[in-house]
Design a protein around this ligand. Sequence first.
Ligand SMILES: N[C@@H](CCC(=O)N[C@@H](CS)C(=O)NCC(=O)O)C(=O)O
Length: 227
Amino acid sequence: MLKLYIGSKNYSSWSLRPWLLMRQTGIAFDEVVVRFDSFAADSQFKRTLQGISPTGKVPVLVDGDRVVWDTLAIAETLAEQYPDKQLWPQDAHARAQARSVVAEMHSGFTALRSACPQNIEAQLPDTGALLWRDQPAVRADVARLVEMWSALLAQHGGPMLLGDFSIADAFFAPVCMRLVTYALPVPAHIGAYIDRVRALPAMQDWIAGALAEQDFRAFEEPYRLQR
Ligand SMILES: N[C@@H](CCC(=O)N[C@@H](CS)C(=O)NCC(=O)O)C(=O)O
């Protein structure tokens, strides 16, 4: 059985991506949650991952003696291993688009990622309003998302970015959650896409898991002093 090591569901945006991909497409796996305590060398988190993850980070996929770390490598490995699940779109043109936006997410959107860390249980609209007012780089990241998602939804007709659910939607799911947590302004058709992602059964399961954790990790909380 495949084993997926993930971090705290409330905070770990990278973990959400492969978990959602596998759960939503029916790829069976055992989940191993390594909740964040800290990322110090002697933390429980790092000690648990020792000998499993060469980077000491999550997510990590373990398949027998094969270890795959880093979300993009995990997604590609699963797509190769489960061709019938069509994790990438079937059409070569759509697949090239999906790969491009996934790579763009994997290496980019740094302003949005650093200013608006994932925090599913929190509601931070006032913080979001200040970030929106003061950080042009955050506004630029959101503008790029709106442009990208609008074009893909218009071209492929929805409901997901490339038509059916694919790796692309899994990669942007944490961004959808951030836009909600920080109440960043987006047009109605983008809000509707975000709602469809949040309504995916697997996404609902992840959100329920995140809400059940009830941890407060100060190093993941630039904007709150307590829960
Ligand atoms: N590029 C990696 C990033 C993974 C990552 O940064 N994971 C975070 C949790 S969301 C982590 O494990 N951080 C521990 C640390 O930085 O020491 C991927 O795509 O999987």
